[in-house]
Write a protein that binds this ligand. Structure first.
Ligand code: THU
Length: 130
């Protein structure tokens, strides 16, 4: 099944997801929304911790929701702050998106919509494991 990406809706879903953030330390609310290849949309928000280093990025909780609601492959991803500013996934989260969406998964970036192959070039991935 080929799914159409409704970018305005996906971006709005990311802003909405940021409302659920638990970010008392950074005060940055992060939301992410991803279109899955079966047409559903999964979301995530950041969940921080008093032990700062163990906080979860929004993409991590989105990955959990993807698996908990039926799996599938990520087709398109948008990340936003609670103020609707575009945010780029951190390096670790790019790797997570790459794992679950592959090189063709689309990401909303300040340079426009780009495939993960451009956002994480020469990525280490499942293809590198024996
Ligand atoms: N954050 C995310 O949720 N996703 C990213 O890709 C970058 C950073 C969160 C982690 C932390 O709660 C806050 O943003 C400030 O770093």
């Amino acid at each position: 099944m080929t799914v159409q990406v409704n970018w305005p809706d996906l971006r709005a879903a990311a802003v909405e997801a940021a409302e659920y953030a638990y970010s008392p330390y950074s005060r940055l609310k992060v939301g992410v929304a991803a279109l899955v290849d079966d047409g559903r949309v999964v979301i995530g928000c950041n969940v921080e911790n008093a032990s700062y280093g163990v906080g979860l990025c929004a993409e991590c909780t989105m990955a959990g929701q993807l698996r908990l609601t039926g799996g599938g492959r990520l087709v398109a991803v948008a990340c936003r702050s609670g103020d609707a500013e575009l945010l780029m996934p951190c390096g670790r989260c790019r790797q997570i998106i790459y794992e679950l969406g592959g090189p063709e998964c689309l990401l909303d970036t300040p340079r426009g919509v780009l495939p993960m192959s451009e956002v994480l070039p020469d990525a280490f991935g499942p293809q590198d494991l024996p």
